[in-house]
Design a protein around this ligand. Structure first.
Ligand code: IMP
Ligand code: MG
Length: 195
């Protein structure tokens, strides 16, 4: 199947800069001798995790968790199911959940509850992307790369029907947005790095 038409939202360089910024925020938030236990949410979080660990400049341990959220469409089915559990016990670890994107918030809420049950010393979340307008739960990440409007995005780990995860940038699915639509604004005007 040919790759679907998509439009760049954040270039590879913009993503790289923002990931470095997030790493700096995270470094400032933990004592220098803290080993962070990064729990990446599969599959979408794998690219973000790979880039984040290489600029974090801190000792880290890594684990993965996978829950099903979306089927073949672009909207959540509302059903969450554990597909791959943690392999490393989180007890007494400083856990940082690494998410590609927070949409309704259901996935993050589920994962935080699951991790919290393991008794971590601390528990925070970093999300590369955040779509707050679609939230059904009152939940937010501690560190957010870019806040975006309600559009389906692909690339940098994010898929549409398992396609397009390999793109080195974040793109909006579809062609050029209709005139007057929010997406016609420059990416820098759409995004708000979290303070
Ligand atoms: P939530 O449970 O609705 O917050 O959805 C979170 C998960 O849905 C993310 O971890 C992604 O895997 C997926 N998702 C949400 N929005 C998008 C999108 O715009 N593109 C690709 N995947 C998305
Ligand atoms: Mg995901």
């Amino acid at each position: 199947m040919a790759d679907a038409v998509h439009t760049v939202l954040f270039s590879a360089d913009q993503v790289k800069d923002r990931v470095s910024g997030l790493a700096a925020e995270i470094r400032r938030a933990y004592p220098a001798d803290t080993t962070l236990h990064l729990v990446a949410v599969l599959k979408g979080g794998f690219v973000f995790l790979a880039d984040l660990v290489r600029v974090l400049d801190r000792p880290v341990t890594i684990d993965f968790v996978a829950v099903s959220s979306y089927g073949a469409g672009t909207r959540s089915t509302g059903e969450l199911r554990l597909r791959q559990d943690l392999h490393v016990p989180v007890g007494d670890r400083d856990v940082l959940v690494v998410e590609d994107i927070i949409d309704s918030g259901e996935t993050l809420a589920w994962i935080l509850k699951h991790v919290r049950a393991g008794g971590p010393r601390s528990l925070r979340t970093v999300a590369l992307l955040d779509k707050p307008s679609r939230r059904t739960l009152d939940i937010q990440a501690d560190y957010v790369g870019f806040t975006i409007p309600d559009r389906f995005v692909v690339g940098y780990g994010l898929d549409h029907d398992e396609q397009l995860r390999h793109l080195p940038y974040v793109a909006v699915l579809g062609g050029m947005p209709a005139e007057g639509e929010a997406m016609t604004a420059k990416a820098s005007e759409l995004s708000r790095p979290a303070s």
